[in-house]
Design a protein around this ligand. Structure first.
Ligand SMILES: [Mg+2]
Length: 122
């Protein structure tokens, strides 16, 4: 079973993601900002995939992405940015920072499944 870290400051979004991804068979860990996400990655070396919101308090998703690619460079982590930021510049910025895929909100279970497949997770 793969372990997936959900990172989003919205409890509602985390709930929806937990339902969708739980049905796909992932073990789920949650974090509500980038700083908590980095802590979770330190505490849970079994995490395979990160679904990362962009806009969050404390530490946003793009800063978190850059830090986790440095700190966990030796780990084979797949990172999917999941956000309302849909401008091309932002997508390029995320891909250059090390995102494997980019999911636009609002999303459906089919979209999430397709992006996980595209990232080589499924
Ligand atoms: Mg947010």
């Amino acid at each position: 079973m793969k372990t997936l870290l959900l990172v989003d400051d919205s409890p509602t979004v985390r709930h929806i993601e937990r339902v969708i991804l739980g049905r796909m068979g992932f073990e789920i860990i949650e974090a509500c900002d980038g700083d908590e996400a980095l802590q979770a990655l330190r505490e849970h070396p079994q995490i395979d995939v990160v679904l990362l919101d962009w806009n969050m308090p404390v530490m946003n998703g793009i800063d978190c992405l850059r830090r986790l690619r440095q700190e966990f460079a030796e780990r084979e982590l797949k990172v999917l940015m999941c956000t309302t930021e849909h401008e091309l510049d932002r997508i390029i910025e995320a891909m250059e920072a090390g995102a494997d895929e980019y999911i636009m909100k609002p999303f459906t279970a089919d979209i999430v499944e397709g992006k996980l497949t595209g990232a080589g997770v499924l």
